[in-house]
Design a protein around this ligand. Sequence first.
Ligand code: UN1
Length: 517
Amino acid sequence: MSAISADFGINDALIQLDVKDLNEGSSTGSNNFSHGDIIESYSPVDGQLIGKVKMTTKEDYEKVMESATRAFKIWRTMPAPQRGEIVRQFGEKLREKKEALGKLVSYEMGKSYQEGLGEVQEMIDICDFAVGLSRQLHGLTMHSERPGHRMYEQYHPLGVVGIISAFNFPVAVWAWNTALAWICGDVCVWKPSEKTPICGVACQNIAAEVFKDNNLPEGICNLINGDYKVGEFMTKDARIPLISATGSTRMGKIVAQEVAARLGKSLLELGGNNAIIVTPDADIKMTVIGAVFGAVGTAGQRCTSTRRLIIHDSIYDQVKNAVVDAYKQLRIGNPLDENNHVGPLIDTDAVKMYENALTKVVDEGGNIVVEGGVLSGEGYESGCYVKPAIAEAKPNYEIVQHETFAPVLYLLKYSGGVENAIDIQNEVAQGLSSAIMTNNLREAERFLSVAGSDCGIANVNIGTSGAEIGGAFGGEKETGGGRESGSDAWKIYMRRQTNTINYTTELPLAQGIKFDL
Ligand code: UN1
């Protein structure tokens, strides 16, 4: 194994987060209800067992729901700015534990330590955002058509919010949901990915401590463990008005149907197939940084990872050569070692999908320009380390239409005007993130116009990944249509009520209807 650079090692982190001797799920914060089969978490970094948790059985789940429902009745009556104060304290705790949690994220998920820290930073940022928002949950006041009447709208909490999150952002996506849901007055039940359960326990511990310190009920924050069957407890449960789910489009379609069948609401953040358009007016140096970080950062396992570069034919060779050269600098290895750029994939199933994608693109006529492959030998014992690969392809290849959660970048060529590149970009089923590299105002504005990118995120002169929490995050089409984190995404966590108050002695009806008795 390559040496871990910081003095503060993974063991110290596990101790600080109270997940060191996690054995059979004995430490899931204050509400440890799970008694089912054991899930073992192995690190993709070195293949070592990190800890074990127990799955949540149906009976366990019922206890969680009882606790959550009870807690909601108390939490919802607390003024929103006071709830904001609790979220502020949670953000402070995250600041204290940033290194430890960042390290655990890196070790359990496999992203670089820097990215692990960045993920915890997103949690801190959303807490700050939520604290301010806790004084701004405002509705509108309208003019009534009737004299002596006042009409306005207000927002109330929904109740129990169910959160299903993915392995690739094992802590931040939960925080985006939970920080907002909490200030809105909701309580949360969270099922993290069964691939990163220890991150879930660590977060639960941190949050539980804050609620305990403030003499608040433990059921405001709840953790359940398990696979999709445990998720189903929530998606089919009419006591949960909102399910926020992050993961594959396949999973999202099932969740959407189950939740819709009981007329619940769902907030879906699903697959992306994100492209950067590179026009003749692009700054090549910036393009290379944006494209390489977008394609190989988090080993290509972000929803916002760059999967396609759509390059104008006049600069195609120049851009291709610059990106290929940059790939030669990439160091692949232990993500806790800050010298490395690329860590492992999450597991060997992900490695198989990566290999299949490379075989498929060649079968379809593609041309590999940066060779892929699975690494073996010292430091790569987990079998999860792969080489970031680049293939020249055609936009209509089946594999190019598909989201492969791995560092595989497709180079596509366009000719003529920017509208042709936009057409290629929009041809896929997914609609999360998109970018254009250009110094040409007309091209940039065209890309952002109604006839431009059809994605939830459209950037100019930055890459597709690394969205800030202040904006609404999410995408269209098969990405699911949900919006999380910033802007007015809070509204999905609340129910809107329209109130009309008559302060006269008459009872005039709306629409001028006469109803004399
Ligand atoms: C995800 O991959 O599910 O924009 C979330 C980004 C991050 C969030 C990604 N802020 O890449």
